[in-house]
Design a protein around this ligand. Structure first.
Ligand SMILES: [Zn+2]
Length: 583
């Protein structure tokens, strides 16, 4: 019979424990000072090491020569206790409600230990005991013999009667961070000589969700599944979770739901998936969506599990084909760019921002995406077109704006986010004030089509003045202090926070001192709203305090402040010839 990984690699000393050092330290000190208690309550989520610590402790208190608080494993007591001793008794309260066990325990606890100094009772899932069993246990705890130690373990401490709680020393076990799970799994795999991909290990650690036992049982399935642990194999074993996560990210992208897209990205990346793999996964999903949308034999072609195909088909039917294509193109470009930048993550996030912000992008595709979204809103009755009458008398020579824009080459290079990381890095990571904002100002080109479309009234520049570019405002030449202070902030943020999305959004801010307040301007309503959220504010506040700035504010620049009106407004601005009305 094969023993499970968890049992095979169960720590035998405190030193081998994965985390829980706060608990281990207390217990080791007590052993070294010969001051162990009679009753302990180990609380904490499943698989965090409660029983393991209890067993090590039980042997350590009996060991003749404990090593650094842990059992030596060699002395007579250690050897006797390692092979099913009568002095360490484990009771699983979950499998029997415990009345008889507890009565039995009350009698037997009076007999002295067979081989060591202490008899140790480990009661697992103690919250499952019935009231009468608790009462029986309480009587024992009230007058424990000198040689008895009780370790009660539970995942639900709130179910333990106060009378029991008050007699125990309570120690709380915590969920194990992914890095530690990962390191533990790597040690085990290395020990077994099992080859693995880093990403596969990350994915398994993530699926363990803080529990060493859960992680190891997943690892076991994966090990049985393939000779070398690969990300692909692990994904297959883990099944749908990964698929649906990347699918909802792809959906958020093509719907232009930037907060959802950024959050999804953050979640997936912080769970350990590498930028390159996420990019590939996303492109795969977009490609599948395109096939599901356009191809009659899609189901056969894609050969996905039934539920996955159903979810995919549903998403594809609701997706705008142009948006799909545009997202794929932007990601494909990001994949190329990624080879030349020092931070692939920023590159991916820039691409994601770009895809979800078609309103900042005047390429043909982006405009068509916006038109389609408007059509959808018209269908749903969110906005209404004005009666057809005003359209008819419109002067014929006016070129249709759409046509004019179609002739413009799709200017991906004109998009408002810096393409290359290094530009940004230099600007913010040098200790000197940045020479100028890295943000390109594609203004003349942007305005160009409108000039021809609209020979009269509003001067083309006038239209732009309502959505001022950062570079036009006084911020264009801010006091050096603001750039330097902000540069420090950005560097510290990058060092201290794993939140890459926040970092990317901050990269878009223009800093300026107004009195003592460092005001950060953004032109994007979406970024503004996202940065106004409490969790982002809190991180920014912390980091600003670290660099000595106590007062800061994020503000929305330009006319789009109350941006609630939806995309109809923006389309009105860009297509002044079409009568569009908000209901
Ligand atoms: Zn020993």
């Amino acid at each position: 019979m094969v023993t499970s990984l968890y049992r095979r690699f169960r720590p035998q000393t405190f030193g081998e424990m994965v985390r829980q050092e706060h608990v281990v330290k207390v217990l080791k000190n007590q052993i070294e000072q010969n001051a162990v208690g009679h009753a302990y309550l180990f609380c904490g989520p499943r698989g965090t090491g409660k029983t393991t610590v209890a067993r090590i402790f039980a042997r350590a208190v009996n060991c003749e020569h404990p090593q650094d608080g842990s059992p030596c494993g060699k002395c007579a007591a250690c050897r006797a206790l390692s092979e099913g001793s009568l002095d360490i008794l484990e009771i699983d309260a979950a499998s029997n409600n415990g009345v008889n066990e507890m009565r039995d325990l009350r009698e037997k606890v009076q007999y002295p230990p067979v081989s060591g100094k202490y008899k140790v009772y480990i009661v697992d899932e103690v919250h499952m005991l019935t009231d009468s069993a608790f009462n029986a246990l309480l009587k024992t705890l009230e007058e424990p013999p000198a040689h008895a130690i009780f370790i009660l373990a539970t995942t639900e401490p709130h179910k333990i009667p106060a009378t029991i709680l008050s007699r125990c020393m309570r120690l709380d076990f915590k969920l194990i961070p992914e890095e530690d799970l990962e390191a533990h799994l790597k040690r085990i795999l290395d020990g077994m000589g099992k080859p693995y991909e880093e990403e596969a290990v990350s994915a398994i650690a993530r699926a363990g969700a803080g529990s060493d036992r859960d992680m190891l049982s997943i690892a076991e399935m994966c090990i049985a599944y393939e000779d070398k642990l690969t990300y692909k194999g692990v994904s297959e074993v883990l099944g749908a979770a990964d698929f649906s996560e990347t699918l909802s990210l792809a959906e958020a992208l093509i719907k232009g739901d930037m907060p959802a897209a950024l959050e999804g990205t953050e979640r997936i990346l912080s769970a350990g998936k590498s930028v390159g793999v996420l990019l590939k996964d996303l492109m795969t999903q977009l490609n599948r969506l395109a096939i599901a949308k356009t191809c009659r034999t899609a189901e056969k072609l894609l050969s996905l599990p039934k539920e996955q195909f159903a979810a995919l088909k549903k998403a594809a039917d609701g997706a705008d084909g142009r948006a799909l294509l545009r997202a794929s193109e932007v990601l494909a470009k990001a994949e190329t760019d990624m080879r030349f930048v020092s931070s692939p993550r920023v590159c991916l996030e820039t691409a994601i921002l770009r895809i979800s912000l078609p309103e900042d992008d005047l390429s043909t595709d982006a405009l068509v995406v916006r038109l389609n979204a408007l059509e959808q809103q018209l269908k749903e009755g969110v906005v209404t077109a004005a009666p057809a009458a005003p359209v008819a008398p419109a002067p014929a020579p006016n070129p249709v704006p759409k046509r004019a824009l179609v002739e413009e080459p799709a200017p991906f290079d004109d998009m408002p986010f810096p393409d290359e990381e290094p530009v940004f890095e230099e600007a913010y990571f040098a200790d000197e004030p940045a020479p100028k904002r890295p943000r390109p100002a594609p203004e003349p080109k942007k305005a160009a089509p409108r000039v021809s479309a609209e020979p009269q009234a509003a001067p083309p520049a006038g239209a732009k003045a309502e959505t001022p570019q950062v570079s036009k405002e006084p911020t264009a030449a801010p006091p050096a202090g603001a750039e330097v202070a902000f540069g420090k902030f950005v560097r510290t943020l990058r060092k201290t926070s794993r939140n890459g999305v926040l970092f990317t959004m901050c990269a878009d801010l223009a800093p300026v001192f107004e009195g003592n307040t460092l005001v950060l301007y953004t032109e994007s309503g979406t970024i503004f709203r996202s940065l106004s959220r409490d969790e982002h504010r809190a991180v920014m506040k912390d980091v600003f305090e670290k660099v000595g700035i106590t007062d800061f504010d994020v503000r929305l620049k330009g006319a789009e402040a109350p941006k609630k009106q939806n995309i109809a407004d923006e389309l009105k601005r860009d297509f002044p010839d079409y009568p569009i009305e908000i209901k």
